[in-house]
Design a protein. Structure first.
Length: 165
């Protein structure tokens, strides 16, 4: 029996961008690709059947950050650890840090290439980061690499990634 196909949700208010991303993602075997025009429609789909990965535009009605906040923090979110890849043309350092701090797994910069889209999908599948849930942050560990610390442990939670507060 073969594993079920990858279930991908593409959220963008531009029909052409949705179509292009859908064509690129169709190169990944035979995925199930669903589409939503904005964050509100995406929430409806996520509540009905959570996807494996969401590729979400930042700049749209009910924007990508609001959708990401719902996914990560809403009590009725079915999967706060859902991998979310944000697409944006706004790449100022402060904006990228805001996406990271909101809990985005990866970022795709517009205009994008097929190689970039597929590499971000591969990153969340092949190199998932530990998921953090604390009062200040919910999302993938913001550290891309873990460098060993050679000093005394000073926190009770030093060896735990999941913190219940």
């Amino acid at each position: 029996m073969s594993p079920r196909p990858l279930d991908l949700l593409v959220v963008d208010d531009h029909r052409l961008t949705r179509a292009i991303i859908g064509e690129i993602l169709s190169a990944i075997g035979r995925p199930r690709i669903r589409f939503a025009e904005d964050g509100a429609e995406a929430i409806e789909q996520i509540l009905l059947s959570p996807p494996d990965i969401a590729v979400v535009d930042f700049h749209m009605p009910f924007d990508g950050i609001a959708l990401l906040d719902f996914i990560r923090r809403a009590a009725r979110s079915p999967d706060p650890s859902l991998p979310v890849i944000i697409m944006t043309s706004m790449t100022e350092r402060s904006r990228v840090e805001a996406f990271r701090d909101a809990g985005a797994d990866e970022i795709i910069v517009k205009p994008f290439t097929a190689k970039t889209v597929l590499s971000r999908i591969a990153a969340v599948i092949d190199r998932p980061r530990a998921f953090i849930h604390s009062r200040q942050f919910v999302g993938p560990d913001r550290r891309r690499s873990v460098e060993p610390y050679d000093g005394p442990s000073r926190r009770q939670t030093d060896n735990r990634l999941w913190v219940d507060l």
